[in-house]
Design a protein around this ligand. Structure first.
Ligand SMILES: [Fe+2]
Length: 200
């Protein structure tokens, strides 16, 4: 993904799905892990690349992180502000309410609060009154002819039978989804637009 042009990679609730990431997290300066994991977990809670600070949080609902995201965010924003005025927060969470609440709490303190995790892009990209861009969910880059990326037939079978099913990645209707935020040098957002591009 870095070779494809990504500057920073954020993570989410699958952070420990593959243990091989642990040594990589320790050495990389461009991967930010959820800040509200255990204090004993490896990886960086804040990275700054090309003048942009990036913070990643896990939402509480269903994900049950060890620490509430609101417990850690203020200190992290303070640390980030000492290094750059341009700060992006990726709030990886299930609940729209939690993501909207964080966006409002951080309005005027960071450049953007970008929700992730649900894989379904929301229709609420906006710049809030204090100058913080926000979207509840940036959506999914992957196959949209699917159940959030999984072959639909397999996901439906798992739900209909409540039995374990090995999930396979779908392949149809691949789209890149995300959000485009523009800001001034002092970190105030001037525009926020959701993006969706069909690839195949
Ligand atoms: Fe997730």
């Amino acid at each position: 993904m870095f070779e494809a042009g990504a500057d920073v990679i954020t993570l989410g609730n699958h952070v420990w799905r593959r243990g091989e990431i642990v040594p990589y997290l320790k050495e990389s300066d461009r991967i930010v892990r959820p800040a509200n994991l255990s204090v004993r977990a490896p990886g960086k809670k804040l990275v700054v690349v090309e003048g942009v600070a990036v913070i990643n949080l896990l939402g509480s609902l269903f994900i049950n992180p060890p620490v509430n995201p609101f417990e850690v965010i203020d200190d992290l924003v303070e640390q980030a502000r000492k290094r750059t005025p341009v700060i992006v927060v990726d709030m990886h969470g299930e609940a729209t309410s939690e993501k909207v609440a964080l966006s409002k709490w951080l309005d005027g303190k960071v450049t953007a609060v970008i929700g992730t995790h649900t894989h379904v892009q929301t229709n609420d990209a906006r710049v809030q009154p204090g100058g913080t861009a926000a979207i509840t969910d940036a959506g999914m880059t992957g196959p949209h002819d699917s159940v959030i990326g999984v072959q639909a037939e397999l996901a439906i079978r798992a739900m209909r039978t409540s039995m374990p099913v090995r999930f396979e990645t779908a392949s149809g209707d691949v789209r890149i989804e995300g959000v485009l935020v523009e800001c001034t040098d002092d970190g105030r957002a001037t525009s926020c637009e959701s993006v969706r591009v069909s690839v195949a």
